[in-house]
Design a protein around this ligand. Structure first.
Ligand code: ZN
Length: 295
């Protein structure tokens, strides 16, 4: 088990079952096949070990949270007490969302032939053959089902800058020490990789570089509700998925374009862009978050 963000840019992987003789069996790759195996990133287990403070090689969770605030250049008077229980609850939500994501791939793989097909006269390609859903540019059922169930894909808010190393960023992406957010559309910035890579979703339209993505924070109260007896024994029956869907907090949302793709900086609206009518405010210390996605 390893942290897959470094080498696979993923929080988990779904693979065909491997027989005891080491040969790859026919996994869930076409109708009538049997099973898939889901590999989860070790980062979620690390988060639990940090929470229980029972791994001498890992920082204790509370220390990690506070260090992240410090390294994000948040003035000492503005730092807040983020307790470990809230952080491990967010990590559990990220884990659960990743598991739902991969289960969807496995179930989809049992019904759709996702082996790349060869079309005469058309260059070979390695796209995943998964269904498209209305309104989506890409066929990535994991993201699609997550957005359907929770209204969006929850992502850990990250701060990453010198002197932090990659493992710090990866841990943040599994824990969300500073909170969670979700983008209004999961596939706004997905590029069609064509032949460059394997098992990537197809994109039917090119990326619209001037399109904005709107990011919404996930209130901790909603995270806490997800663990409540009342939700799973009452509200889920009365309100269905509306009981678990993340609230859309427009007034706390931010528009964003990835760095290097289009001019713009973090902010709460166009008026705070650096090409706006007024001098832009200093860029906040919290810079990077490229929204690592699970595939
Ligand atoms: Zn996926």
């Amino acid at each position: 088990m390893d942290i897959m963000l470094g080498d696979r840019n993923a929080f988990s992987l779904t693979k065909p079952w491997v027989e005891s003789n080491g040969k790859v069996a026919k996994g869930a790759r076409e109708p009538g096949t049997r099973s898939s195996v889901i590999h989860m990133s070790r980062g979620y287990v690390d988060a639990m070990r940090m929470y229980f403070n029972n791994d001498p090689t890992l920082t204790e969770l509370g220390r990690f949270i506070n260090d992240t605030q410090y390294l994000a250049s948040i003035p000492i008077e503005d730092t807040i007490c983020i307790n470990e229980d809230s952080a491990i609850a967010r990590s559990t939500i990220l884990f659960e969302d990743t598991l739902v994501h991969e289960l969807t791939h496995a179930i989809s793989g049992a019904y759709f032939n996702i082996i790349p097909l060869r079309t005469p006269g058309v260059p070979s390609h390695h796209h995943v053959y998964e269904p498209f859903f209305a309104g989506d540019r890409c066929n990535e059922t994991g993201h699609a089902i997550s957005s359907y169930i929770f209204r969006g894909n929850p992502i850990g808010l990250c701060q990453w800058n010198i002197p932090q190393n990659y493992s710090s960023r990866w841990l943040q992406q599994h824990i969300g020490p500073l909170g969670l957010y979700w983008p209004d559309k999961w596939d706004t910035w997905f590029e069609d990789q064509g032949e460059k890579d394997s098992c990537k979703p197809r994109a039917v339209d090119p990326v619209e570089h001037r399109a904005l993505q709107r990011l919404f924070p996930v209130p901790q109260s909603h995270i806490n509700t997800m663990f409540s007896h009342q939700l799973w024994h009452d509200e889920i029956y009365r309100f269905g998925l509306d009981a678990v869907r993340m609230p859309r907090m427009d007034k706390w949302s931010a528009e964003w374009t990835p760095m290097g793709m289009e001019k713009g900086i973090w902010g709460t609206g166009r008026e705070k862009w650096n090409d706006g009518p007024h001098p832009a405010p200093a860029s906040p210390g919290t810079q990077s978050d490229d929204g690592g996605v699970a595939l």
